[in-house]
Every structure is written in structure tokens, then in C-alpha cells.
Design a protein around this ligand. Sequence first.
Ligand code: BES
Ligand code: MN
Ligand code: ZN
Length: 512
Amino acid sequence: MEFAVKSGNPEKQRTACLVLGVYESRRLAPATEQFDAACNGALSNLLRRGDLEGKAGQSLLLFNIADALCERVLLIGCGKERELDERRFRQIASHAATALNETGATEAVVYLTDLAVKSRETDWKIRQIVEAVEAARYRFDALKSRKDTPRRLLRKIILSVPGRRELPGGEQAVREGMAIAAGVKLAKDLGNQPPNFCTPSYLAEQAQALAAEFPSLRVEVLEEADMERLGMGSLLAVSRGSAQPAKLIRLDYRQGLAGRKPLALIGKGVTFDSGGISLKPGEGMDEMKYDMCGAASVLGTLRACAELQLPLNLIGLIPAVENMPGGRATRPGDIVTSLSGQTIEILNTDAEGRLILCDAMTYAERDEPAAVIDIATLTGACIVALGRHPHGLFSNHPPLAHALQAAGQTAGDRVWELPLWEEYQEALDSNFADMANVGGNRDGGAITAACFLSRFAKKFHWAHLDIAGTAWKTGKAKGATGRPVPLLTQYLLDRVAESDRENGREDGRAAH
Ligand code: BES
Ligand code: MN
Ligand code: ZN
């Protein structure tokens, strides 16, 4: 989709479709009001007939409005004006995107940027609309013989800004929205890909393809022999039962100041989690193809950063394995030595995510990262604790946790922090090794898993995102969500803005 920003009066737009907001009980948004006045009350006359109350989720397509230059007007219900918060705005943007797709218009001028959302400026609204439009167009039908993608005529969306002064900011917001949307799409595509296609080798190839597309990204793939040599006994233990070789994918993005320590993003890349010898029950097991969504979010986020040319130093690390039961598979009771030197008694082969992440975390130490964020579909217990709305957040560094909370709020991709208290650590005591890979019971399972990881995060600031409940939707709308690409990209945008402030620059690009 092509996006542009423009300032100008709605009644002056010679366009195929004008998109205007109407609040509940038929109160017109400012641009709608202005258009209505210019058309001698044509809209309010129509609304009085009762076809649109203005409730959120409603829409009404109108043709042949007397005295108007546009071919159509798409009215979007916005709900009660004083209830219009960030979440509601996103819903409105999403409904508008769906309704707009169903019109025959090839182009539209959208005035929903004039809806007042508390403490959010035009740029924020533009970005939300761009992301919503791209999300509404998403389909994964590459493997269907008959595509269910409907005929789509819409080619271009013009977003209105209040005045000419807002044009540069609006254009930057479009660029950010499009980069995030492309990152989200990449993460969704990788997640939805079936596990017979999306293997560790496939993830490595996708990383290589990304690096070929963006010269600012360099990629390196460590093979099992390399990992053997390094001493990644924990990661390799997970892969033993699979016919697919494990890969450790490393991406480097160095567009910041040479002396600045990098931020490392580590994504769990279990391309299928059968549970291994501790086999999972059959029901819903297909969804364990999504167990690489952490990895997908790292690739999506790096794509967004590269597209935006953010002046940052980043490392992406993806331990990619398939967890299968096989003759050579790791058994419950096996003890392995991790790269850190700590020994682990594997009591449950289904707690495999932590086993691959811990070695990737120790591997990250050699780059002396300023911070490490791991992203993992780690525990079913996280879904029990938080449901499927926020990502679970754990951190050993409160400022990092706060920054992620703020970024999540801005991006509409929120986190909720859970405790990492010392009291929980003893659940991992083992009679035979330095630690067990699971706690003695199911209590606080998301926390126990985070406690396990924390033992490998002693040398850096670290945050862990448990995305088990948020990376994909189950049921009828089954599909990857592309989360937490918006959160992570926002976090990185915030870091860029932060160092711009430190350097005394209000806007413009300093080196970081
Ligand atoms: N990938 C799963 C976690 C998961 C389960 C995510 C369901 C989303 C939906 C992970 O590898 C796993 O199997 N975790 C176990 C840990 C347990 C054995 C301590 C779990 O959550 O049951
Ligand atoms: Mn598992
Ligand atoms: Zn798993």
C-alpha cells in the first residue's frame, strides 16, 4: 500500500473516498463537521434518518453527496467521544481499514487523524492507521490452491494532518508505521509457515535473505559442530532427537557509534515443539509450530530497524532447533553441561526453550552487551497467569523493565511484569546437578522458567519476554500476531530519541 500525508480541507478533496469519523449519538468529528457544513448539512441530514448511530464498529458508505467533490464518503463510528482512548482508536483504525478494503475505491483520504486521543499526537495516530491498514490486508494463503484473498482495488491512502508544519512528522510516522508493519508481516509469515517447511535451516536461510536485502545486516550461522566446539551442551541436548540440524543464527547491525555497546535480542527458535521424550498430548499440538515466534520477532524487529536505518548497535541471536522424540533424543534424567559451565539435570524434555536460550545468553556475553532481551514462547503457565493480552515481563534491571512498559503502551503491544524473587529459585534445586530444568510442581511455572534464565544473566542487564499467550491466536482466527515486533521496535525508537536528547538534539539524527 502506498501512503502519503497531506494537509487540507476535507471538502476540497477530489478523491475516490473520504474517510470521516462520527461519534456516538451522531456527533460529528471536527473534519466531518467541516465537510458537512461545506455540503450544506448533507451528512447530518442523512444521519438523521438513523443509518449510523456512531457506535464503535459501525460504518456507512455514502455515494453522490450533493455539492461534494469526492466520489464516496465512508463514515466510521467512533463510539463515545470521552471514551476514546488508545485502544479504542486502534479498534477504529482497524474497522476503518476493513471497511475501506471492501469499497471499490482505489484511493482514499483519511481524516480519522482529527479524533482526539488523550496525550497522543497526530504522528502516533498516523502510525496506528498505517499499521492497522497493513494488518487488515494480511493473509497467509500461499499454500491454498484457491486463494481466499478478495479482489482489492485500494492502492493509496492519504492521511490528513492539521497543517503544513505537521507534514515532516507525519511522513516520518508513515515510514515508521510501514517499517513496523513489514516487520510484523515477516514475523507472521515465519510463524504461520508449517513446521515441515519452517525448520532451523529455513530460519537460517530467511536470516540470510534478510541480510541480502539489507546491507546493514550481517549474518553468521553456527552449525552443530561449531556449537559442539564451543561447549553448548544444553542447546544441543534439545536437538538430539530431531533429524533437523540445529543452527545458531547471529545477525549484526552496527549503525551506531563504534564505541557503543550493542543491545542483544535473543529469540527462541523451536521450529516444532513435540515435547521430546516428555511428549506433549496430541490435542492442539500443531500450534507448537509457533514455538519459533520469538525468533521471528527478532528477525521482524531487525528488519524494521534496518529499513528505518536506526543509528543503533544491535545483535540478533536465534538458537534454532526442533524438539523431537527419537532414538538419540535426550531422556528425562540426563545431565548436560551448559556453555556457562553450569550443569543441568533435564527432568522434563518439554522445558526445552530455557535450555537453548541459556546457551545463547552465555554466548552473548562475549559481545559485552549493554542489555539483553530474550523473547520466547516459554511457558503455558504464563497464559494461565496473564491470559493472552500482555507479554509476561521479567527483568533484573528495573529501568529496562520500565522502558519496555512505556514502549509497550505507546506501541499498543503491552507487557505485564512478574516477580523474579529469590524465593522462587529453590524450585530448581537438583540432587544431582547445579540445577534442574523444571521446578518440582506447576506453581508459578512462568516464574520458575524466568528464574532458570536469570542464572545465565548475571553479567548483563536483562529482560525476558514470555510471549506464549501473545505470539499467536488460537481457535477460529488461528494465526501469528507478529507481536512483539511493535513493542521491540518502539523500545529501539525510544533509545534513539533518548540519545538524541542526551546529545542535545531535539530531532534530526545523531550517531548513537
Ligand atoms: N513451548 C512451550 C510453552 C507453550 C505451551 C507455549 C503452550 C504456548 C502454549 C514450552 O516449551 C513448554 O513446553 N513448556 C512447558 C514447561 C513445563 C514442562 C515446565 C509448559 O509450559 O508446559
Ligand atoms: Mn516445550
Ligand atoms: Zn517450547
